[in-house]
Write a protein that binds this ligand. Sequence first.
Ligand code: TYM
Length: 334
Amino acid sequence: MLNGKKVLFSGMQATGTLTLGNYLGALKNWIELADEYECFYSVVDMHSITVRQEPSELRKKARNLMALYIAAGLDPEDNCIYYQSHVSGHAELAWILNCFTYVGELNRMTQFKDKARKHADNINAGLYTYPVLMAADILLYQADVVPVGIDQMQHLEITRDIAGRFNAIYGDVFTIPEPYIGKQGAKIMSLQDPSKKMSKSDENPNASIYLLDDPDTVMRKFKRAVTDSEACIAYNDEQPGVKNLLDIYCAATNTSIDDALKEFEGQGYGQLKEAVGESVIAILKPLQQRFNEILADKDYLDNIIKTNAERAQTASLKTLRKVQKKVGFPERVR
Ligand code: TYM
């Protein structure tokens, strides 16, 4: 508990441009939960360097992501929105937690296996211990709840295991976090290959809707989306492309699948794609407008970056000092 409320933590990587998957799977839920919890939303730039980044690009993307969080509707006065690299406790706690994580556990991480395959020339130790840094992010703030898409579930499970293991040795130090997976949009698939998740790093730009795509691009990508030859709007695994379009529509408009199926009864794929495109454009247009306004106001954004880093630093130190003491580090002499 912090300020009488339960704590929420979540983060996104500052690599690539956010996709509709990031928005519907995570950001949208963050906004819905924001009032109920004391929230920490991090731009996890330290995770980003597990794959090679061009420094000026990373800086730019991190700032864009900060602006996108706010543009999407997170109030930076009520919520602590900050860069992970500005709070030293993330790396310090990650080191300690590394010593409570087994190599066998890390070997099972599917995201590591995928990324190691994709970046075979740079399978670095950071990529391998990535989930431990993620556990540190969450545990540092004693988060009760972590809203994420389905692809992050395995990382949440290892976080819970590490926290439980630490608590079993040292007493109740960490809150065991619960994942929060939204009812809709928790796994948005590629528009070009609906067996793969929509991803920032997809090489085919038509596979993903980016949050900064203009309306014509959004509509064009939906019109090109892969469907099937059934010519019947139904929600099942045999028609993964249509299923994905329905998922997007329902998450974007807060409609149930049953209602959407009624709405599209007797219609063709062209009409479905048009409606999905419109529903997404209705979200992206105001978001992009606010994004541009926020980025243009340098002083406003700088002030948020500074004050929220201080807030996060203060909040995180409490847990960090407790953990350092528990493991036996000598007390600081004042
Ligand atoms: P990242 O940056 O890959 O994704 C950010 C969030 O978006 C969700 N997401 C999706 N949801 C639905 N459909 C999709 N196609 C889709 N693609 C991505 C992700 O599940 C995630 O919630 N390791 C994390 C970042 C992180 C983090 C944390 C998250 C670092 N520390 C602590 C929570 C708590 C990641 O790379 O997310």
